[in-house]
Design a binder for this molecule. Structure first.
Ligand code: ADP
Length: 198
């Protein structure tokens, strides 16, 4: 053991990996109602950033609730555990220098604070995809609002489960009167300085 230099005992740091990838690792935490546009903006933003040389990972219900979180439902307790695990995974990505775009309803201030604490406030950018309930309901992309109104889904955020709007989000996107392209560009412009090294 004594012939190993102490530096080899340590893992490479977030900073080492950020320099390798030429970017600052951040979690862009998208919060908003179902149908507000989180996934649509996340998917397009990922492509836009990737095409500019940034290394990005989207985390959402599709790639977490089907795997690591498949034993969880939508009670407040399970939502909290869902977000806790997602936040812990994001922290590992951050340690690898990767920019995460996390697309989760994450309906309460408590839930988002938990994520922010786990990830570290310095790595966390709250992005409020602010779309009025009426607009989300009119879009009804997955037909979920119709089912919630009919009582076929219980505890649906915005209908019979609360959504607490962020009080002081770093970024707020008002999608109701914007095209998808405008919203993506809007987020891009507001976050680009946070993820660039120079
Ligand atoms: P969420 O992930 O928040 O549940 P989705 O992205 O699945 O929402 O659905 C949002 C829907 O709204 C999509 O059908 C999208 O095309 C539409 N939409 C209309 N305008 C916008 C916009 N400016 N930004 C994002 N989505 C928009």
């Amino acid at each position: 053991m004594e012939n190993i230099h102490p530096i080899f005992d340590r893992l490479l740091t977030q900073k080492d990996k950020e320099q390798f990838l030429n970017q600052k690792a951040k979690v862009l935490w998208f919060t908003g109602l179902s149908g507000s546009g989180k996934s649509t903006i996340a998917e397009n933003l990922e492509k836009q950033l990737f095409s500019k040389g940034y290394f990005v990972q989207v985390l959402d219900g599709d790639n977490t609730r089907t795997g690591i979180n498949k034993n969880l439902g939508f009670s407040l307790e399970d939502r909290l555990e869902n977000i806790r695990r997602v936040a812990e995974i994001s922290k590992l990505f951050i340690n690898s220098g990767i920019i995460c775009i996390n697309s989760f309803v994450s309906p309460t201030i408590e839930i988002r604070n938990l994520a922010k604490e786990i990830i570290g406030p310095e790595n966390f950018i709250e992005v409020f995809i602010n779309t009025p309930l009426e607009v989300c309901e009119a879009r009804d992309v997955k037909g979920l609002y119709k089912k919630a109104r009919a009582g076929e889904i219980k505890g649906f955020t915005g209908i019979d489960s609360p959504f607490e709007a962020p009080e002081n989000p770093e970024v707020e996107i008002l999608t109701a009167d914007q095209t998808v392209e405008d919203s993506v560009n809007d987020v891009y412009t507001k976050i680009i300085n946070h993820i660039s090294l120079s």
